[in-house]
Design a protein around this ligand. Structure first.
Ligand code: HAM
Length: 422
C-alpha cells in the first residue's frame, strides 16, 4: 500500500501542530480582547451559497471549488472561505433580529483546488472575523487594528498594509463603464479568462495574475475618481481613524480582492518572500451580502488570515514563538512488577496538573532515559528496586544534570518547586 495524502494537503505532526495551536492561541486571545465571540459552521455547505456570495466570475467559483453531489443528488461544496457560511448562520439563526453589531471569529480548514506551491495549499487554515450590523467607519478601523495587533502580538513587523475602497453598486456603474472603455482597445490581447471577465465583472481583470494582462492594465483608471460622495466620505473617515491610531497603510487602487461580495473598504496584508503569493490576510466590507443571501439589508465587514502563510512568515523572520513546555516529568519504572506503583504516581501527578508520561514497553533504564530526553522531559522520576522497597524515588533534573532521592510523598511538592504550580 502506498497511499499518500492528496496533493496540496498536509499532515501536521507534533511540533508543527503545536506551533499552529500556539499561533491560534495568540490570535484568539487578541480577538477576544476586542470583544469577538467564536462561531463554528460546517465544513461543507450547499454549493449555491458560494456561487451567490463569492461570485460566478471569480476564480474560486469558476475553478477552485471542491464540489460534488451527495447521495441524494444535492450539490455540496467544501467551503473555500468562511464569510459566506458565517452570514448564512447569522441569518438562519435569526441573529439579525438581535441588537447589533454582531462580532464573531472563526478558524478552521478551507478548501481551494488551486495549483499547490509554497504557501498555497488545497486544504489550508484560516482565522477570520466578521462584524455584522454596522456601517460605522470606526468598525472598519477596528477590524484593521485587530489585524495589525495580531501581527504585532506574533512579532511580525515586516508587513505592508494595502488599502482601497471598491465603492458601492452605485459608484460601480460609472466605474464599470470607464474600465470597459479603457480595456476595449486591447480586449482581444487579454487572457481568455479576462476576456470573459470584462462582461461579467470588469473589476476582476484588475485582479488577474497573468503578466500579459497586468502589463496591459498598467494604466487603468483609478476608482477614486468614481466614488460616490457617500463612499468617498466613508473612505476618508476610515483613513483618518487609521492615521489617528498610527496604523500605516498604502493606498492601492488596484486592490479589488478575489471575491465579488466586497463594497467600500478593501485591504490586504502582504509579507514579501513567503512564496509566490505574499498575502497573509485580507478582507473588507460587504454591505450587500446579507441581502444577497436573503436577509434584510445589513452591512458587514471582516478579514481572514492564512495560518500556513503566517507560520512561514514567522519562520523566515526568525521570530521564535514561545511554545508550551514539553513533559514536566517522565516516570521510569525498572521492574514490570512495579508497574502499578508507577502508574499510581503518574495518575497522581497528572491529577495535580503536571504533564507526565511513562514507558509502557518495559525498556531498560538507559532506553527509558533516552525516551524521556526525546520527549523533552524536565525531570525523570526513577522507581527502581531500592526506591520501591524504601518508599522513595530518585528524581533526575535533566537540565541541571543532578539527582536526589526523596520519600514518595514529597514528590508532588518537589515538582511544584522545580517546574511551578500547574
Ligand atoms: P482571501 O483573501 O481569499 O479572503 O483569503 C484570506 C487569506 O487566506 C489569504 O490572504 C491567504 O493568506 C489565505 N489563503 C487563501 N488561499 C490560500 C491557499 N490556497 N493556501 C494557503 N492560504 C490561502 C477570504 O477568504 C475572505 N473570506 C476574507 C474575508 C472575511 N473578507 C471579509 N471577511
Amino acid at each position: 500500500m502506498n497511499i499518500k495524502a492528496p496533493r496540496g494537503t498536509e499532515d501536521w505532526l507534533p511540533g508543527r501542530s503545536e506551533r499552529l495551536r500556539r499561533l491560534l492561541d495568540i490570535i484568539v486571545h487578541r480577538a477576544q480582547l476586542y470583544g469577538y465571540d467564536e462561531v463554528i459552521t460546517p465544513i461543507f455547505e450547499h454549493t449555491e451559497l458560494f456561487t451567490r456570495s463569492v461570485g460566478e466570475a471569480t476564480d474560486i467559483v469558476q475553478k477552485e471549488m471542491y464540489t460534488f453531489n451527495d447521495k441524494k443528488g444535492r450539490s455540496i461544496t467544501l467551503r473555500p472561505e468562511g464569510t459566506a457560511s458565517v452570514v448564512r448562520a447569522f441569518l438562519e439563526h435569526q441573529v439579525q433580529a438581535q441588537s447589533q453589531p454582531t462580532k464573531w471569529y472563526y478558524h478552521g480548514p478551507m478548501f481551494r483546488y488551486d495549483k499547490p506551491q509554497a504557501g498555497r495549499l488545497r486544504q489550508f487554515h484560516q482565522f477570520g472575523v466578521e462584524v455584522l450590523g454596522s456601517e460605522a467607519p470606526e468598525v472598519d478601523a477596528e477590524v484593521i487594528c485587530l489585524l495589525i495587533d495580531i501581527l504585532r502580538d506574533l512579532g511580525l513587523t515586516n508587513y505592508e498594509m494595502h488599502l482601497n475602497s471598491v465603492g458601492c453598486p452605485e459608484c460601480r456603474v460609472e466605474y464599470r463603464k470607464a474600465l470597459i472603455n479603457y480595456i476595449e482597445p486591447f480586449r482581444q490581447q487579454l487572457c481568455a479568462d479576462c476576456q470573459r471577465r470584462v462582461d461579467i465583472n470588469p473589476l476582476r481583470v484588475l485582479d488577474c495574475k497573468a503578466v500579459g494582462c497586468q502589463d496591459l492594465m498598467s494604466d487603468y483608471p483609478p476608482i477614486y475618481d468614481y466614488l460616490c460622495p457617500h463612499c468617498n466620505q466613508h473612505f476618508s473617515q476610515v483613513q483618518a481613524l487609521l492615521e489617528t491610531v498610527g496604523v500605516k497603510y498604502e493606498l492601492d487602487p488596484g486592490l479589488v480582492r478575489g471575491l465579488d461580495y466586497y463594497t467600500q473598504t478593501a485591504f490586504e496584508i502582504h509579507i514579501k518572500g513567503i512564496g509566490a503569493q505574499s498575502a497573509v490576510g485580507g478582507g473588507g466590507r460587504y454591505n450587500g451580502l446579507v441581502s444577497e443571501l436573503g436577509g434584510s439589508p445589513m452591512p458587514g465587514i471582516g478579514f481572514a488570515m492564512g495560518l500556513e502563510r503566517l507560520l512561514i512568515a514567522l519562520e523566515l523572520s526568525g521570530v521564535a514563538m514561545a511554545l508550551a513546555p514539553q513533559l514536566d516529568a517522565f516516570i521510569c519504572v525498572l521492574d514490570a512488577h512495579n508497574a502499578r506503583q508507577g502508574f499510581t504516581l503518574l495518575k497522581e501527578l497528572r491529577d495535580a496538573g503536571f504533564r507526565c508520561d511513562q514507558d509502557y514497553n518495559q525498556r531498560g533504564l538507559k532506553a527509558q532515559m533516552r525516551l524521556a530526553d526525546k520527549k523533552g522531559a524536565r525531570l525523570v522520576i526513577i522507581l527502581g528496586e531500592d526506591e520501591i522497597r524504601e518508599g522513595t524515588c530518585t528524581i533526575r533534573d535533566m537540565q541541571e544534570k543532578n539527582q536526589e532521592t526523596m520519600p514518595r510523598d514529597q514528590v508532588l511538592n518537589y515538582l511544584k518547586s522545580r517546574v511551578g504550580t500547574r
